[in-house]
Design a protein around this ligand. Sequence first.
Ligand code: CTP
Length: 370
Amino acid sequence: MQTYLVGGAVRDELLGLGVKDRDWVVVGATPEHMLAQGFTQVGSDFPVFLHPKTHEEYALARTERKQGHGYHGFSVYSAPDVTLEEDLLRRDLTINAMARSEQGELTDPFNGSKDLDARQLRHVSEAFKEDPLRILRTARFAARFQPLGFSVCQETMDLMRTMVAEGEVEHLVPERVWQEIQRAIHELSPCTFFQVLRDCGALAVLIPELTPDAIFSVAMDALQRVHAREDSTAERFSALLSPLDESTCAERAKALKAPNDCQQLARLAAASIPIIKQLDPIQPSASTLLELLEKADVSRRPERFSQLINVLECTLESGDQAQLEPLKKAADAASGVNPQALIKQGFAGKELGRAIRAERLERIAQAVCR
Ligand code: CTP
């Protein structure tokens, strides 16, 4: 039995980056052998085990063959006679298909280290086509390593275009797509992810509304700005969808199965932008401002409101930025209304709701309309 470090750990070590997760491949062993040594088996599809002490993943060398469309339908063959090279051959990119033995020797049958030097993301073999998720993974690695000078090589881009044209991307389940988007918007160059997807045609399948030039460039500008400032997935995702109108944005966020906080903030931002753009900069309407604050449910969701402001600061053109000042002032003014005081005055039920609204409106008018 021989054990090798594989995948991202070998790649990142050669790039001089810190290694987070270490994955291992075991050649020449059986599941019984692994269990006898104290490993525990995880997952039923693949022969993958956890080390009894380090809890790192050890996978038996395997080959995979696709049987159906999309991510499902792989037939996995794992036996002691599967070689390290055969296991590396089923992997996505050459830079991810290197192994290091316990003695420190590098196995690199597909010239991954050469591609690391040349800053190329290149598929290992035609087997890349068997897993459409690899299109998104490749775009995500492009987003991560673009600052180091990496790009997707021409042959791989051509292969990804063929896969898209053959309808493979349509078979991806939203959960996996979302997982990749979520990770990609936190990479160093998130816009590169969407540029690669657009270039190979996958964006037209996954988020078609973003593909027109004018919309795409607004979305990328917003994403770049929010990425430089804000860390939350919800803010980044909302900036991405900010050029869409409210209902298109809401439908797309739902179809992507984004988490609720992401869906809600994206929708709120998309709904707010046209209203803010129409505000009169000299004499902003107090009722429009209140309407916006009510839409944002600012009294109950102050944190989300500040996320909304962050997104708007990154998405509004400079000419419209000034409109955010009255909105912030209005939020401060409205928060000064004390429902308890109104209850003491005898207001209750619908009357109380009306009284709160009237007082908020008056305070907003005083604060912003001078
Ligand atoms: N892999 C693959 N195709 C996939 C998923 C994974 O070929 N669809 C292979 C690659 O060799 C990859 C390894 O499995 O390097 C481990 O996958 P994963 O942990 O997802 O990626 P890493 O390369 O370790 O990258 P990260 O730094 O994002 O964890």
